[in-house]
Design a protein around this ligand. Sequence first.
Ligand code: SF4
Length: 234
Amino acid sequence: MKTKKEAAAIVAALENEYPLAECFLDSETAWQLLVAVRLSAQCTDLRVNATTPTLFAKFPTISALADADPKDIEEIVRPCGLGKSKARDINLCMKMLRDEYNCVVPDNMEDLLKLPGVGRKSANLILGDVFGKPAIVADTHCIRLSNRLGFLNSTDMYKVEMELKRVVAPEKQNDFCHRLVEHGRAVCTARKAMCEKCVLAEYCAYKKAEDKKAQKAAAKAVKAAEKSSADSKT
Ligand code: SF4
């Protein structure tokens, strides 16, 4: 676990390293971001960004997507994978926005979670990026880095969200998550943690544990060398 002070130091180091904190998904409106984030499940942001212009050109409003035949949506979003379920969710989500929310994306977690295909991760992205509210988007990068850095020891999305909410200052939370994504792609990737060039090394539990292991191994090697040298003299 980290203290609020340690969390603030990590936030500051990332701010310094990545001055721009931006969402990687392209969108011009709140509902477009909702659509983009649904498409991003198990898909790269690049692919989503390559797909949404066609989708939004053909269906330029909430009502247009609500009225669409899901098969026509699926036709366009298929490259993002899970085309059928994504198309169905988008269609149902836009129907609910039109029929129950007067075509206005809600600005609170409770209502956002009622929308088909919208989970806490998506809802937090909307709350933070669209409405400027404190929000932790516990995506794969956020979960991995929170664990490696030592904020907590759990891959449970909800626990990660709650723990980061506890220690990261509310006004920093949203941008912090965008920066974790950048850092998770550039330096602390799922395949390899490049600790030697990481600006968070001094705060990182994983790095400390790795250093300890290396020190132990080095001490063991020295001992073995000393023993073998002593043996050769007898
Ligand atoms: S020090 Fe290593 S494990 Fe820790 S955040 Fe940086 S790259 Fe990741």
